[in-house]
Design a protein around this ligand. Structure first.
Ligand SMILES: *[C@@H]1O[C@H](CO)[C@@H](O)[C@H](O)[C@H]1NC(C)=O
Ligand SMILES: *[C@@H]1O[C@H](CO)[C@@H](O)[C@H](O)[C@H]1NC(C)=O
Length: 461
């Protein structure tokens, strides 16, 4: 059995010379350092160099490459599909010509993306070469400094760490006999939400940093031919209102910001039945959102450009009465929050008679839309920063710190089980998240965060 105690040899660094004066009156103790003096300045300069290295490669640059790679990958998939369509359809006639034109356009998009990717990689490569040289320098310096470690504190520590790791690994293997999973009713084939990976994509929109509030995503029940489309709504007036929805043909086009198509809800902003608040969703080729200045659910039919609405229960909060928040700040005009999941469409809101605690209602698609079943929860709306639905379970987030948003709460509509102890973390790229929505088709969570559009992979058990 090895001992894990840290052994620090208390070597005699100093030679003590005692001398007594002849008179016997003074006692003098002279200390003479036999060691070379420790080069503190050198340690400091290495420290600075190491910090510089870390700073020069930021995560943003890495993410940039990721996003572009993803864009190229998606476009290539699309291109492949189109080519096979052309192969099947080509009768040497009009069909073939049209398909060919589409492929040409796609090819052009891929080329644009590849160009961007090439430039990004080139600049990152230069950066990493410089950084590598610096890192070598830092390593060399550290090795030199280690020769000052006569008492071998560092090397012993390292040895200890290694042994601790071995021990932990050994213990882990000992306990690795799999625990039988706690049986849970499986309402959703994919099981329970356990994690959010990502960000998978992270990008500014075409608007740059002009609009801090908004939402984006992919219609989980798209109209035929619109399966690859992405929608984007930015609150273009007072961080509160919008009067049009923007569509992009694919993920890469929304990330790069090319070729949008705008569909106008009303010619002025705001006006009756235009959008208030960021938590909108698109479902079944229609946009669902809080109606301007009324406690109602609005639906904008994208193909017919017509609006229908349905009122919320009496006294429901609107016009910033019951927004989401954290500490003493609130996310303005977030009285209503729309959500999509495997079972359809939902709206989150609250009323004074539920003490400002979240109420969840189904939204039924009929004409006009209407509210279905409702659930009253004990979650105070203002203590949450946002909510989303997945597999019939309502999830709420809170602000943990600038880098992290925590999914801390869940309410299961089937069992009415409420939990406040979830600890699923969302890694943020910006401080605030203004909207969150889950798409059951690609199982991604779409977030709008201080002008940036971000997505995460939902991981189920
Ligand atoms: C390496 O370190 C030396 C001194 O420690 C310094 O003069 C030199 O500029 C460093 N080189 C780089 C590439 O940082
Ligand atoms: C939009 O309008 C069309 C034409 O009336 C209709 O077929 C479709 O169901 C409507 N969509 C929604 C979501 O109501």
């Amino acid at each position: 059995m090895k001992s894990f105690g840290l052994s620090v040899r208390t070597a005699a660094f100093f030679l003590a010379l005692f001398s007594q004066s002849v008179s016997g009156k003074d006692c003098v103790c002279e200390l003479e350092n036999l060691q070379r003096p420790f080069p503190m300045e050198k340690l400091n300069s290495i420290n600075t160099a190491a910090n510089d290295c870390t700073k020069s490669i930021t995560s943003t640059q890495l993410t940039e490459v990721d996003v572009l790679m993803l864009g190229v990958q998606r476009r290539l998939d699309q291109l492949e599909k189109s080519v096979s369509v052309l192969e099947n359809e080509d009768d040497g006639d009009l069909y073939g010509a049209v398909s060919l034109r589409i492929i040409e356009l796609e090819l052009a998009e891929v080329q644009v993306l590849l160009g961007k990717l090439k430039n990004t990689i080139k600049s990152n490569k230069q950066l990493s070469e410089i950084t590598a040289t610096k890192m070598q320098n830092v390593t060399k310096g550290m090795e030199e400094l280690e020769t000052f470690d006569v008492s071998q504190v560092v090397s012993k520590q390292r040895e200890n760490q290694r042994m601790k790791r071995d021990l932990a690994k050994c213990e882990h293997e000992l306990h690795a006999t799999p625990q039988p999973p706690i049986p849970r009713p499986r309402r959703c084939p994919q099981g329970q939400l356990v994690n959010m990976n990502g960000p998978r994509t992270y990008s500014l929109t075409q608007y740059g940093t002009s609009y801090y509030y908004g939402a984006w995503g992919k219609d989980p029940k798209p109209a035929p031919g619109k399966e690859d489309m992405y929608w984007l709504v930015a609150l273009t007036s007072s961080n509160a209102f919008a009067n049009y929805v923007r569509h992009y043909s694919s993920l890469s086009t929304i990330l790069v910001g090319v070729g949008p198509v705008d569909t106008t809800i009303a010619s002025s902003n705001p006006t009756t039945n235009t959008i208030i608040g960021p938590n909108v969703v698109q479902y079944g080729d229609a946009l669902y959102y809080g109606c301007y200045n009324t406690p109602s659910v609005c639906r904008f039919n994208i193909s017919t450009r017509t609006i229908t609405n349905t009122p919320l229960p009496q006294n429901s909060g609107f016009n910033n009465k019951f927004p989401f928040g954290h500490l003493d700040a609130t996310y303005i005009y977030t009285d209503l929050d729309f959500a999509t999941d495997e079972s359809g469409l939902w709206v989150v809101y609250t009323t004074p008679d539920n003490f400002g605690n979240v109420i969840l209602s189904e939204v039924l698609e009929g004409s006009p839309p209407s509210l279905g079943r409702s659930w009253r929860t004990s979650l105070h709306k203002r203590t949450a920063t946002n909510t989303f639905m997945a597999c019939g379970v309502l999830y709420a987030t809170r602000f943990q710190d600038k880098q992290t948003e925590e999914i801390f709460y869940s309410f299961d509509t089937e069992t009415r089980e409420e939990r406040y102890d979830l600890k699923i973390h969302l890694k943020k790229m910006q401080t605030n998240i203004q909207s969150l929505n889950y798409n059951p088709r690609d199982r991604m969570l779409y977030a709008y965060s201080d002008s940036y559009i971000v997505s995460y992979d939902a991981v189920f058990q």
